[in-house]
Ligand binder design. Sequence first.
Ligand code: NAI
Length: 288
Amino acid sequence: MSYLFEDKVAIVTGAGGGLGRCHALELASRGCKVVVNDLGGTLDGSGGGSDAAQTVVDEIKAAGGQAIANGGSVSDPADARGMVTDAMDAWGRVDVLINNAGILREDSWTEVSMEDFRLVLEVHLVGTAYVTQAVWPIMMEQNYGRIVLTSSPSGLFGYPGHSSYAAAKMAQVGLMNTLKIEGAKNNVHTNVISPVAGTRMTEGKVPEEVFKALGPELVTPAVVYFCTNDAPNGVILQAQAGKFSVACVMENEGMQLGAGTTVEDIAANYEQIVDLTNVKPRDMLPLG
Ligand code: NAI
C-alpha cells in the first residue's frame, strides 16, 4: 500500500520548526499541498513575526512540493479562519488539519500565574478549537476530513511544573472524544498524537544522547498515518524514538452498591471498586 496525498490539501499549524515542520515536509513529499502555519516566536509564546513558515515553504518547494506560508496565530480567531481561507483560495479544499502549534510556560502549581495558565490554554486548547471549527463545515460538507490533535505524556500521565500545559494537553483528548462521534457519519476522523521529540521544547531537559535519539521525524509517520484514508477515529497514539503505542482511557468493572451507599460502604469496598483486573476501553455512544 502506498500512501500518497496528491489530491489532498493540509493545514499544519506551528509548522515553522520542530515536529510541525517534519509533518509538513513528509506530507508535501507525498504530494500533499500544505499550508505551513507558524507565527514564529519563542518557546513561551512571546515575540513573533519570524520567517519560520516561509523557510519551511521554501524547503518544500526546493524539493518539488507545493506549499504556502501563513504567519497567523492559532489563538486569534480571525487568523485561524485565515489559514482555512488561504487553503481554500489556493486549492479549493482542506482534507487534513494537523493541530500542532504549542507553547510552554513552566512553573510549579504554587508559583504559576493565572495569566500564564490562560495563555497556554489559549494556544493549545482554544487555538486548536478555532482552527478546527473553521475547517469543520468544509470537511463535513465534502464528507472527508482527517484531524490530528497534539497531546503530550505530560497531559496523559502528569509532569511537575506543567499544570497549564498538562491541562491543555489532556483537553485534546476530551475534544477528540466528541469530534470522533460527531464527525464519524461524514467520514471526518479525529485522532490524537502524544509525542516525545528532540525539539527546542525538550532541548537541555534530557541528556544530549537521548535528545539525539528523539528525532522529531520519528513521530511523523504516526501523524501522517492519521492523515490517510485508512486513519482510525478516536485513537491516541504515542510516538517517541521509533516506538509507537496506544494510550486509552479505560474503565474497570466497578461495583454496584446501590442507593443509600455510605462513605463507610465506599471505604469497606474500595479495593474492589478500583480493582483493575478487567479494565477495558469504554465507547460512549451519543445519547438519544
Ligand atoms: P516547537 O516549539 O519547535 O514547535 C511549536 C511551534 O508552534 C513553534 O514553531 C511555534 O512558533 C509555533 N506556535 C506557537 N504558538 C503559536 C500560535 N499561537 N500560532 C501558530 N504557531 C504557534 O516545539 P515542538 O516540540 O515541535 O512542539 C510541537 C507540538 O508538539 C506542540 O503542541 C507541543 O506541545 C507538542 N509536544 C511536543 C513534545 C516534545 O517532546 N517535543 C512532547 C509532547 C507534545
